[in-house]
Design a protein around this ligand. Sequence first.
Ligand SMILES: Nc1ncnc2c1ncn2[C@@H]1O[C@H](COP(=O)(O)OP(=O)(O)O)[C@@H](O)[C@H]1O
Ligand SMILES: O=C(O)C1=C[C@@H](OP(=O)(O)O)[C@@H](O)[C@H](O)C1
Ligand SMILES: [Mg+2]
Length: 180
Amino acid sequence: MQGLPTIILVGPMGAGKSTIGRLLAAELKREFFDSDHEIEARCGANIAWIFDVEGERGFRDRETLMLRELAGREAIVLATGGGAVLREDNRQALRERGTVVYLATSVEQQIRRTARDRNRPLLRQGNPEQVLRDLFAKRDPLYRATADLTVRTDRRGPKAVVNEIIRRTKRLSDPLDLKA
Ligand SMILES: Nc1ncnc2c1ncn2[C@@H]1O[C@H](COP(=O)(O)OP(=O)(O)O)[C@@H](O)[C@H]1O
Ligand SMILES: O=C(O)C1=C[C@@H](OP(=O)(O)O)[C@@H](O)[C@H](O)C1
Ligand SMILES: [Mg+2]
């Protein structure tokens, strides 16, 4: 086996994609990319500003271009934003280019983990709990349809989640390695 293919993390806000992606890349000695950070760097503005000025549609167009570009890189770890699975084009690009891992978590944990962050514009309109529940209903089937495997992140810390991702992605790439 030539090592693991690119690992792509999908899932809702506060599931831990950015945090776990960075740790996973360090553990695997891979380059790490976070599509939101790359969009911000290229645009010279933060996500909240892009939503304010260009609307969600403008952000999604930037996201689609960035995902296509990043998914083309070899053997990286890629953390996506929570809405990356909304467009069929995105889902296809992610599925084609790597092992996709759905980081799943409870709405209660999402609320705790996102409470202090001001850079998630979707959580600044209306009641965050209701917004997160509505997004879950719409997006959970899309995360499942895109992902090769699902890992829960609500009941353990990032390091334990990283270890489970490594163990399960190895098994996917090399099913006959019974030690994995
Ligand atoms: N498994 C976890 N256990 C505890 N806290 C976590 C876990 N994963 C992420 N966090 C914390 O939750 C917050 C949001 O995580 P983040 O990586 O930004 O999520 P995402 O990129 O999926 O929106 C951060 O403060 C992070 O430290
Ligand atoms: O769920 C979403 O639609 C979004 C999630 C955010 O990323 P995180 O999931 O990393 O918070 C960011 O891309 C943007 O605010 C939109
Ligand atoms: Mg993130």
